[in-house]
Design a protein around this ligand. Structure first.
Ligand code: ACO
Length: 195
């Protein structure tokens, strides 16, 4: 996804750009004065809003799950994957995660209150899907969050995401839930790290 401005000053120089509620990418340089800062933040808002809209469209949702305003009011983390080639670069996709308190059913059907890391929104540009970019984004997130894939809860996964999780992480046996979240075998295991 391309934008009518150079993405490097907005998102920083790296292939991965990580943004939280402060909307200030780690690699973004300072300097240039308050006006320049304001312009960069406005551009970052545009990038996040447009990505959110594209993801919603791809999933057939009427309202985007991801926007700059939503990022500011939640403690979510947005991982963006970029093509850094000049002149302007492009955003190839994004993955949004965050911790949420959930009541989940374990294998015995008992309610358990947990606060897992949740996959909230995930999108790779239509022209770039099925090239391994989704896996690259997901692996980067797991590494930075120090998380095992089976410890994640997934909010309303699309059929494509279910196929993706099965293919790359062997997550194929969901534990049925009454809410929209999906968890997989191994979620409640005490042998792996997590919440
Ligand atoms: N149809 C079926 N499965 C697909 C498709 C597709 N069109 N695209 C990707 N997949 C799954 C398959 O398992 C595929 O393996 P295969 O090609 O051998 O069948 C695997 O993903 C490919 O892995 P990657 O190339 O690493 O994944 P990709 O870069 O395509 O990203 C993603 C996966 C993010 C799900 C992407 O397909 C996408 O943006 N889809 C549209 C939006 C969407 O459904 N997002 C998830 C919403 S639910 C949520 O966010 C909680």
């Amino acid at each position: 996804m391309e934008f009518p401005f150079d993405l490097a000053p907005v998102l920083g120089p790296e292939r991965f750009c990580v943004v939280d509620q402060h909307l200030r990418p780690a690699g973004r340089g300072g300097g240039g004065g308050a006006e320049r800062e304001q312009q960069l933040e406005q551009r970052l808002r545009t990038v996040i809003d447009e990505l959110g809209k594209a993801s919603a469209k791809a999933q057939g949702l009427s309202t985007p799950v991801t926007s700059a305003a939503r990022m500011e009011s939640n403690r979510h983390v947005l991982y963006m994957l970029r093509d850094t080639r000049p002149p302007r670069g492009a955003v190839l996709g994004f993955l949004k995660v965050g911790y949420k308190k959930l009541f989940l059913l374990d294998q015995d059907g008992s309610h358990v209150e947990v606060e897992p890391l949740c996959v909230l929104d995930f999108y790779v540009h239509e022209s770039q899907q099925r090239r391994g970019l989704g896996r690259e984004l997901f692996r980067e997130m797991l590494q930075r969050e120090r998380m095992a894939p089976q410890r994640l809860a997934v909010d309303r996964p699309s059929p494509k995401l279910l196929g993706f999780l099965d293919k790359h992480f062997g997550l194929c046996r969901p534990i049925p839930q009454v809410n929209n979240f999906v968890i997989f075998e191994g979620f409640f295991s005490t042998r792996t790290g997590g919440f």
